[in-house]
Write a protein that binds this ligand. Structure first.
Ligand code: IVH
Length: 699
C-alpha cells in the first residue's frame, strides 16, 4: 500500500486529475475513518476535496457516482454490532473565509425567498460524532457515525462518559434522539502522554484520534479512566412528540433534560455578528480543554431548515466555518543543531515549507535526542507538525508511510558545531551540552538573554546589536555592556544618536534591577525566573548566594540538589566570578534589603488558587505573583483541592470545572478587594473555627 501520489507530473486532463483525487481521497478516508490514523491534516484533506468539487463543478464529465464528494467517508468497522441510522448522520459543507460564509448566507436567503432567518453559531468540536437514543428517559443506544447510514453500537463505552446522562431529568418525551461530539479532554490526553513518556512508550499523536480510538476499543473501563466528555449539539425527530420549533430552543430542551450543551453557543441575525464571534472564538480556542476546528452555523427555524433540505449528503441549512488548520504533514529535510546559552545542543527541524494556520512553517522545535528517538523521527520522514497560537511550531511525530524506506536514527554530534569542544551528556540531564563557557554561540545566547525584557531589560539592545557588539569585539562578557560609550555605539552602522542615547539610558537604569532579575539574567543552568525568586526570597545578596553550599540551598522549598549543584558550580567557575566582579565594578546593585520573614505576611498560606481568563488590571502572571506573595500556591488546573478560581474575562473550561466541583469563583473585582484586605478571605464559620480551618467562603 502506498499513498497515491498528490503530484501531477505532466499536466493531466481534468478527468485524469479527478480520478487521482478520488483515489487519494478514498485512501485518506480509509486512514481517517477505519484506522483512526490520518496521514494528512484536515486542512490538506479539505483542500483535496475542494479541488475535486471544483473540477466536478467545472467539468461534468469528471463526475462519477462513487466520488467521495457524493458520500460520507468511511465504513463502520466490524468489531461492534452495526446500527442503522434512521436519520443519516451527515457531513457539513465547509466555509474557509468570510466570502464563503457570505455566499452560503446569500444562497439561504434566496432559497427562503428573502424571508428573514436567525442563525445559531456553535463550536465545531473535533471529536467523534455519536447518536444517543433514550426511551422513557433511559439511555438505550449509543452509536458512532460510521459511514453515515450505518455505525457501530458503542453503548457500553458511552455509558462510561460521565457527561452522557444515563437517565434524563425534567419533562422529556418518551423517545429522545440526541447527537453530539464525544472527545478526549486535552488534560487527559496530556496526562496519558506524560505517562507514556515516563514508560518510554511512543506518544499518541493527537487527542482526536486517541479519543476516537478510545470509544472504538472494547474495554469500557478504559473509557472511564480517560474521562471522556461530550458536547451535545442536536435533537433529532424521533417521530412521536412535537419538538421545539427552532434549534436554539431544542438546545435548551436538551440542557434541561440533563445533556451537556456548550455555553458558548449563540444566536445571531447577521454574517457580521457571526464573523465577530468567529474572531473571538479563534482567539480563545487554546484556552479550552477540548479542540474546536471552527464554527458550525445553523439556520435556527426548523420549518426553514426543512424548506432548505439537503444537497447530496450535506444540509443546506448548516455550514462549517473552519478555523485555519493548525496541523499539517510535511517532510523533515534536516535536523540542525543550535547551541543555547547554557551550552545545550538544541536540535531544530528543517521542514519542507508548509502552510499551517495561515503561516508558512519551515522550522520546528525538537527538544533533544531523547525526544527525537521517542517520536521516532528521522531525516527524510513524513512528519506531523503543529502550530498552536503563537508558540514555535513543534514536530508531533513521524507519520508512517507503508513501504517507504527510512534513513538512519538521528545521533547528536560528538563535538560542538560552533567551537568543536567535545560534547558532554550528564546522567539525569536530557540535553547534550558544550562545556566550553567561552563558546561563541553560547556567549551570544547569554548576552541576548542578559539584555532581554524579563532579565535586565535593556530596551533597544536587541539580538542584532548583540551580534554586532560581539563581532566588533566590544563585548566578550555580559558585564562589558556597562562600559559601552556613546562614541562606540554611534560608530556602528545604522546606529543614530537617538538610539544610542536610548540604549545607554536603559543600560544605566538596569543597574537597579531587583536581585531576582539579576540572578535570572546571569543564565545559571536551571535558574529560571521562579528559582531566581526563591533565591532572592532567602538571600540578601549575590555574595551570600555565592557562599552558600548545596546543603544550604536545598533547604529552600523548591530547590533540589540538581539546581543547587548547578548554582554552586556556577559561582565556583573563575570566569563567572569575573563577570560578577565586572558587574559590581560597573555599579550594578547586587544586593537587596530583605524583609524579615513574617508569618503574618503569609495569611493565605495553604490556599490554592487557579487564575484563568483575561484580567483587566494586571496580567495573569502578576495576579499569581500577588497571591503567592500572600503565601498562597497557584496551580494550572482546577481540582477538588483548589480553594479558589479567579475567573477573568472569557474564562473557559476551568470556570465550568470549578462550577461543577463547587470551587468558589472570584471575579477580578473580588480578587482586588481580597488583595487589599487579605484577612477577609476567611470568615469564621458557625462553629467559630478560626482562619486555619474555616473553609473558604465567597464574601
Ligand atoms: S451539526 C447535518 N454541530 O462535524 C450535520 N456537527 O462535518 C449535523 N461536529 O459529523 C452536524 N461539532 O461530527 C454539528 N456543533 C456541531 C458540531 C458538529 C462538531 C461534527 C460532527 C459532524 C461533523 C460534520
Amino acid at each position: 500500500m502506498t499513498i497515491p501520489s498528490p503530484e501531477t507530473p505532466h499536466n493531466p486532463s481534468p478527468v485524469e486529475r479527478a480520478r487521482r483525487l478520488r483515489d487519494e481521497l478514498w485512501f485518506h478516508n480509509e486512514r481517517y475513518y477505519n484506522d483512526d490514523a490520518p496521514v494528512i491534516s484536515d486542512g490538506q484533506y479539505d483542500a483535496l476535496m475542494r479541488e475535486l468539487r471544483d473540477l466536478e463543478a467545472a467539468y461534468p464529465e469528471c463526475r462519477t457516482a462513487n466520488s467521495p464528494t457524493q458520500m460520507v467517508g468511511g465504513s463502520a468497522s466490524d468489531r461492534f454490532p452495526q446500527v442503522e441510522h434512521p436519520i443519516p448522520m451527515l457531513s457539513l459543507a465547509n466555509a474557509f473565509s468570510r466570502e464563503d460564509l457570505e455566499a452560503w448566507h446569500r444562497r439561504v436567503t434566496d432559497l427562503l425567498d428573502g424571508q428573514p432567518f436567525r442563525m445559531v453559531a456553535e463550536l465545531k468540536i473535533d471529536g467523534l460524532a455519536v447518536r444517543l437514543v433514550y426511551r422513557n428517559g433511559e439511555f438505550v443506544l449509543g452509536a458512532t457515525r460510521g459511514n453515515g447510514q450505518t455505525g457501530e453500537d458503542v453503548t457500553h463505552n458511552l455509558r462510561q462518559v460521565r457527561s452522557i446522562p444515563r437517565t434524563l431529568t425534567g419533562d422529556y418525551p418518551p423517545v429522545v434522539e440526541a447527537r453530539g461530539e464525544v472527545y478526549l479532554p486535552l488534560d487527559s490526553f496530556r496526562r496519558m502522554n506524560e505517562e507514556r513518556e515516563r514508560n518510554g512508550e511512543p506518544l499518541y499523536a493527537n487527542p482526536r484520534n486517541t479519543g476516537a480510538g478510545t470509544i472504538r476499543q472494547l474495554d469500557p473501563e478504559v473509557v472511564r479512566d480517560r474521562n471522556m466528555e461530550i458536547w451535545t449539539y442536536s435533537l433529532n425527530d424521533a417521530g412521536d412528540t412535537p419538538l421545539p420549533g427552532n434549534h436554539w430552543d431544542a438546545l435548551a430542551s436538551l440542557e434541561s433534560w440533563g445533556f451537556r450543551v456548550n455555553d458558548r453557543n449563540r444566536v445571531f441575525d447577521s454574517v457580521d455578528e457571526i464573523c465577530a464571534y468567529y474572531d473571538e472564538m479563534l482567539a480563545l480556542r487554546h484556552d479550552w480543554n477540548y479542540e474546536a476546528d471552527g464554527l458550525v452555523v445553523k439556520v435556527n427555524g426548523i420549518t426553514q431548515q426543512n424548506a432548505l433540505g439537503f444537497a447530496g449528503r450535506e444540509p443546506r441549512w448548516a455550514i462549517a466555518y473552519k478555523f485555519p488548520a493548525e496541523r499539517a504533514n510535511t517532510r523533515l529535510l534536516d535536523i540542525v543543531i543550535n547551541v543555547g546559552r547554557t551550552g545545550s545542543l538544541n536540535p531544530q527541524a528543517i521542514l519542507d515549507p508548509v502552510v499551517v494556520s495561515g503561516a508558512t512553517v519551515q522550522h520546528a522545535s525538537l527538544h533533544n535526542e531523547e525526544d527525537i528517538h521517542r517520536k521516532d523521527v528521522r531525516i527524510g520522514d513524513l512528519v506531523e507538525i503543529e502550530r498552536a497560537g503563537d508558540v514555535i511550531p513543534h514536530v508531533i511525530g513521524h507519520v508512517p508511510v507503508p513501504g517507504e524506506e527510512r534513513g538512519p536514527e538521528f545521533r547528536m554530534p560528538e563535538r560542538c558545531p560552533e567551537c568543536e569542544t567535545a560534547v558532554v551528556k550528564e546522567l539525569g540531564d536530557a540535553m547534550h551540552r558544550c562545556p566550553n563557557s567561552a563558546c561563541p554561540a553560547q556567549f551570544f545566547e547569554s548576552l541576548k538573554h542578559f539584555v532581554s525584557r524579563g532579565a535586565m531589560d535593556m530596551d533597544g539592545l536587541g539580538e542584532r546589536w548583540c551580534r554586532i557588539l560581539i563581532d566588533r569585539g566590544l563585548v566578550s562578557d555580559v558585564s562589558h555592556v556597562y562600559s559601552l560609550t556613546a562614541e562606540q555605539l554611534v560608530e556602528l552602522d545604522r546606529m543614530g544618536d537617538k538610539l544610542a542615547t536610548r540604549i545607554l539610558t536603559n543600560i544605566e537604569s538596569s543597574k537597579q534591577r531587583p536581585l531576582a532579575r539579576i540572578l535570572f539574567a546571569l543564565g545559571i543552568l536551571h535558574v529560571g525566573a521562579e528559582v531566581a525568586e526563591l533565591l532572592a526570597g532567602r538571600y540578601a545578596s549575590i555574595d551570600d548566594i555565592a557562599a552558600a553550599s548545596v546543603d544550604d540551598l536545598t533547604e529552600i522549598d523548591g530547590i533540589g540538589p540538581r539546581i543547587a549543584e548547578s548554582i554552586v558550580s556556577y559561582f565556583a567557575a573563575q570566569r563567572n566570578r569575573q563577570t560578577i566582579a565586572g558587574l559590581r565594578d560597573a555599579g550594578v546593585q547586587l544586593w537587596q534589603e530583605l524583609a524579615p520573614v513574617d508569618e503574618t505576611a503569609q495569611p493565605w498560606k495553604g490556599q490554592t488558587f487557579v487564575i484563568t481568563g483575561t484580567l483587566s488590571s494586571m496580567t495573569r502572571r502578576e495576579a499569581e505573583g500577588k497571591v503567592k506573595a500572600l503565601g498562597a500556591t497557584t496551580t494550572s488546573s482546577v481540582s477538588r483541592k483548589t480553594n479558589w478560581l479567579v475567573a477573568g474575562a472569557s474564562a473557559g473550561s476551568k470556570l465550568a470545572t470549578a462550577e461543577r466541583l463547587g470551587v468558589p469563583v472570584l471575579d477580578e473585582e473580588h480578587l482586588l478587594a481580597l488583595l487589599s484586605s487579605p484577612d477577609s478571605i476567611f470568615i469564621e464559620d458557625a462553629a467559630g473555627r478560626g482562619p486555619e480551618t474555616a473553609s473558604p467562603t465567597l464574601i
